[in-house]
Design a protein around this ligand. Structure first.
Ligand code: UGA
Length: 435
């Protein structure tokens, strides 16, 4: 199979996974990031994030000479016939996507790619509909094709998602690039048992597919969290309800787990960016606004429950299990756990916290929390324990032991990780979400 030379700009979750995946598939990849400290680390084979399997994949492909790192973008641009751009598009205060990092790169690409060089610029960053078309106009060179190829990987399962995607979407205004992308993705399509479809579409539709997918998944989560609230009021159990709903093929099995709401670097940002985009076209996207509002407010119901059970919060000691926005990552961006801890501290609670991977990142941004070595230490002497991130190791805790260390054995299970009966049999007062 044909192999290519790639430059991947941005060594975050998406860039690093893309670079390592394409290298593993036989291509030669140079990954660029302007953060020199990050590149220095990567050159020594150490990845700056916790992402299962990614470190090994990076090391393996560095050793076989297919993957290298540089902070010199010009070096990368010279090397790659494909230039993948995977830089962050964080949200501005008004919800709009901040495209400064991307625009900076486009400028550099325009300046340094000369007429004789044939290049394909592939935008992976999530961008508002219309952005890639603008980039195409800005670059305006016959020898540069501009394509939008959204990324659907999830943090925590980035490697698996990169190799076995449900679909690959290629947005392009130029039908001639299709052959090239068929060749680039051929080795990946051949990997799984069921070949994922390679979908070619126009630029705007490809950009919308990304926003619509994230917004729809966020909608499922807010919907199930609203049903969970009703279940609590009416004596139903959300687990029973969602488990039966999942079996309907039209509904599907995923993203129906009630909890404390969605966090992370994607859903909160992308739902707001889509809402902003809708507003900019005079469209009031009522449904999406409701999804965002439900998510913002959902955690307060949980906090009310804690306050009621503990008969006030001031002076109480609470152990918080989980800081990352989801398990298998050390990412704390827009983590519900951090929001909850900040509120608890404001309300006069002494917070003890533990997370298997996210404590170093949290220590940098949170004061006034006692960070513990394990879940038992976090629970010790506490008036209650809150399960906020459903790491596997929390599912296997010895609850009898944990309860015996606490002032009061009360658990608030924010992710419905535990079987309420078993927890109660271990001597705990149990509160879940929607049950
Ligand atoms: C999400 C999408 O799932 C990816 O397809 C997409 O590529 C990525 O955003 C992105 O745009 O870059 P990610 O944010 O890594 O991926 O994680 P998810 O697994 O989607 O979880 C997001 C949040 O939803 C987490 O806080 C999780 O706890 C919450 N969630 C998820 C629920 O509360 N209930 C569920 O049933 C599922």
């Amino acid at each position: 199979m044909k192999s290519f030379q790639l430059c991947v700009i941005g060594a975050g979750y998406v860039g690093l996974s893309t670079a390592a995946c394409f290298a593993e598939l036989g291509n030669k990849v140079v990954c660029v990031d302007k953060d020199k400290a990050k590149i220095h680390k990567l050159k020594r084979g150490r990845i700056p994030i916790h992402e299962p399997g990614l470190g090994e994949l990076v090391q393996k492909n560095m050793l076989n000479g297919r993957l290298s790192f540089t902070s010199n973008i010009i070096e990368g641009l010279k090397f790659g016939s494909f230039i993948f751009v995977a830089v962050g598009t964080p949200r501005k205060k008004n919800g709009e996507a901040d495209l400064r990092a991307l625009q900076e790169i486009v400028k550099t690409v325009g300046r340094f790619i000369t007429k004789g060089q044939k290049k394909t610029v592939v935008i992976k960053s999530t961008v508002p509909v219309g952005t890639t078309g603008e980039i195409e106009k800005t670059l305006g060179k016959e020898n540069i094709d501009v394509v939008f190829n959204p990324e659907f990987l999830r943090e925590g399962t980035a490697v698996e998602d990169s190799f076995y995607p449900d679909r690959i979407v290629i947005g392009t205004n130029d039908p001639n690039v299709q052959g090239l992308f068929n060749k680039l993705y051929q080795p990946l399509l051949a990997l799984g048992e069921s070949r994922p479809p390679l979908i070619f579409t126009d630029l705007q539709s490809a950009e919308m597919i990304k926003y619509a997918s994230n917004a729809f998944l966020a909608t499922k989560i807010s919907f199930i969290n609203e049903i969970a609230h009703l279940c609590e009021q009416l004596g139903a159990d959300i687990k029973e309800v969602s488990n039966a709903m999942r079996l309907d093929k039209r509904i599907g099995p995923h993203f129906l787990s009630a909890g404390l709401g969605y966090g992370g670097s994607c859903f909160p940002k992308d739902t707001r960016a889509l809402d902003h985009l809708a507003n900019s076209r005079g469209h009031n996207f009522h449904l999406l606004r409701a999804v965002i509002d439900v998510n913002n407010n959902h955690k307060f119901r949980f906090l009310e429950k804690i306050e009621k059970e503990l008969k006030g919060l001031r002076g109480k000691t609470i152990g918080v299990l989980g800081l990352a926005f989801k398990p298998k990552t050390d990412d704390i961006r827009e983590s519900i756990s951090i929001d909850i801890i900040k509120i608890l501290i404001k309300k006069g609670v002494r917070v003890k916290a533990y997370d298997p991977k996210a404590m170093p990142a949290t220590k940098k941004i949170l004061n006034g929390v006692k960070f513990c070595r394990n879940a038992y230490e976090a629970a010790q002497g506490g008036d209650a324990v809150l399960l906020v991130t459903e790491w596997d190791e929390f599912a296997d805790l010895d609850l009898k032991k944990m309860g015996s260390l606490m002032e009061k054995a009360i658990i608030f299970d924010g992710r419905n990780l535990y079987d309420p009966k078993k927890v109660r049999n271990s001597g705990f007062v149990y509160h879940g979400v929607g049950r």
